[in-house]
Design a protein around this ligand. Structure first.
Ligand SMILES: [Zn+2]
Length: 266
C-alpha cells in the first residue's frame, strides 16, 4: 500500500512538472509570436537560441534566428530573392548567382571617383549628389571601389585566402557570390588623403556619419555589429538602401540584415 502511494506521488509530480514546462514553453511562444516578423517554423530555433543567449531580448532572438545566425556562416545558404532591387540582401547566408550583373550600371562621374567605377543608376545619382554636397562643404568623398563582378571577387578572395588562410580572409573579404559589391549598390570611399582602411580618421568620415543617410546610404559593417554582419568594422563601405530605409535604420540602430528580416522579408 505504502509502495503504491509512493509510486502514485512520483507519477503526479512528473506529470505536474511536464505540464509546468509545457506552460512555460507556450508562454515563450506567445511572447515571440507577438512580433510581426515571427515565423512559426523557426519556433524551436528561437527557443534554443534564447537558452544559449538568455540576455537577448525577444526582438533580437527572433531577428537573429531569422537572419540565420544560429547556424555557422555559409551554411544553409539561400539564393537572394530581390535581384535588381534596392531591397537585395547580400550577406554570409544570401548569395547572388555567378552570372548576376545588375541592370542599369553606370559610370560614376570622374569628379566623385578615383578611376572608373560603376553603380546602379539610382545609387550613382544619389552618390554624386552626396559627393558634390560634401565638396561644397569642404569634404572630399570619392569612390575607390564600387560594382565588382563575380569573377573579380573570386580572384580577390582567393588572393586573400592564399595570403592569410580561409578563416582570416572570411572576416574581411566576401566569398564570390556573397559580396555586396556585386549588387552594384555599394561604394568604398576614401578622402584622397588617408588610405580607405583609415577612412575613420578623416573629417570626411564624420561628415558621412552625419549625412550619408540623407542620400540613402548606410555604413554596412559598423564596429558594434560585427556579431551580426560577420564582417569586421569597415568605415569605408557604404550600401545604398534608399532614404526611407536608411533613415529608419539610423533611428532604430539596425544593420541592413536586421532591417531586412524585420521589414522586408514578407
Ligand atoms: Zn566594400
Amino acid at each position: 500500500m505504502k509502495k503504491t502511494l509512493i509510486i502514485l506521488t512520483i507519477i503526479m509530480l512528473t506529470v505536474g512538472c511536464s505540464l509546468n514546462n509545457k506552460n512555460k514553453s507556450d508562454k515563450k511562444k506567445a511572447s515571440f509570436s507577438k512580433l510581426s516578423y515571427y515565423k512559426d517554423e523557426n519556433l524551436d530555433r528561437y527557443k534554443k537560441y534564447k537558452e544559449n543567449n538568455p540576455k537577448l531580448s525577444d526582438e533580437d532572438i527572433v531577428t537573429r534566428v531569422n537572419i540565420g545566425l544560429d547556424n555557422n556562416y555559409y551554411t544553409n545558404t539561400i539564393k537572394t530573392p530581390f535581384l535588381n532591387s534596392i531591397k537585395i540582401l547580400s550577406n554570409k547566408y544570401y548569395y547572388m548567382p555567378n552570372d548576376y550583373v545588375p541592370e542599369n550600371l553606370e559610370k560614376i562621374s570622374s569628379e566623385c571617383s578615383n578611376g572608373t567605377r560603376q553603380l546602379v543608376k539610382e545609387a550613382r545619382l544619389s552618390f554624386e549628389k552626396l559627393c558634390i554636397t560634401a565638396k561644397e562643404q569642404g569634404y572630399v568623398i570619392r569612390a575607390m571601389s564600387a560594382y565588382r563582378s563575380y569573377n573579380y571577387q573570386s580572384t580577390l578572395y582567393q588572393n586573400y585566402v592564399d595570403k592569410d588562410g580561409v578563416d582570416a580572409a572570411d572576416t574581411y573579404s566576401a566569398r564570390p557570390g556573397f559580396s555586396e559589391h556585386q549588387t552594384g549598390l555599394v561604394v568604398d570611399v576614401d578622402d584622397g588623403k588617408y588610405s580607405f582602411t583609415n577612412f575613420h580618421k578623416s573629417s570626411s568620415f564624420k561628415w558621412m556619419q552625419d549625412n550619408a543617410y540623407k542620400y540613402g546610404f548606410i555604413m554596412r559593417y559598423p564596429e558594434d555589429k560585427v556579431d551580426i554582419t560577420g564582417y569586421s568594422y569597415e568605415s569605408w563601405h557604404y550600401r545604398y538602401v534608399g532614404i526611407e530605409a536608411a533613415t529608419r535604420m539610423r533611428e532604430e540602430k539596425l544593420t541592413f540584415d536586421e532591417y531586412y528580416f524585420r521589414y522586408l522579408d514578407k
